[in-house]
Design a protein around this ligand. Structure first.
Ligand code: SF4
Length: 154
């Protein structure tokens, strides 16, 4: 089974400020499934480091006001293309990111206010039928993987 993962959660320094969001417990998931790292913002053509961005209605806007909706859409398109080509059934994504957030994002005012919602890539992957988990849902993800394996007998 293949699981797409936000690359920053695997320790890749692709976060907007050049850092990462490494979660060492992901190694446990890696023993049960093949992990496919993706960073939609890099795939969309944005550099690292880069300005932070937030979703604002239908658009994605950087802190200085640059509209980066096209880059975010391109990144989502590439992630969906890879997920389909490789047969990823689920994704573990960085919560609150304007690309990867699965349950929560920031509200577009750059003031740290969180709202229910998804990042652009999370939204597109969900639409393709992938099961989404955030980095705090690894136990649920593990359970899901084991149940799936039991169901399919592999
Ligand atoms: Fe991590 Fe996703 Fe942001 Fe890339 S776009 S740095 S993978 S949260």
């Amino acid at each position: 089974m293949k699981i797409m993962v936000s690359a920053c959660l695997l320790g890749v320094s692709c976060r907007y400020d050049g850092g990462d969001n490494a979660v060492s417990q992901l190694a446990v998931i890696g023993q049960e499934a093949e992990l496919i790292p993706v960073c939609p913002e890099i795939y969309g053509g944005l550099p690292t480091p880069r300005e932070p961005s937030e979703r604002s209605g239908d658009r994605v806007v950087s802190k200085s006001g640059r509209d980066v909706s096209e880059q975010f859409a391109k990144g989502a398109r590439e992630a969906v293309r890879l997920a389909k080509m490789l047969g990823c059934e689920a994704a573990i994504l960085k919560e609150r990111s304007p690309s990867c957030g699965t349950h929560q994002i920031y509200d577009g005012t750059f003031s740290g206010v969180r709202i229910p919602g998804s990042g652009v890539t999370a939204e597109w992957l969900r639409r393709e039928g992938l099961q989404l988990f955030d980095e705090d849902e690894l136990a649920a993800c593990l359970k899901w993987i084991r149940e799936k394996k039991e169901e399919t007998g592999c």
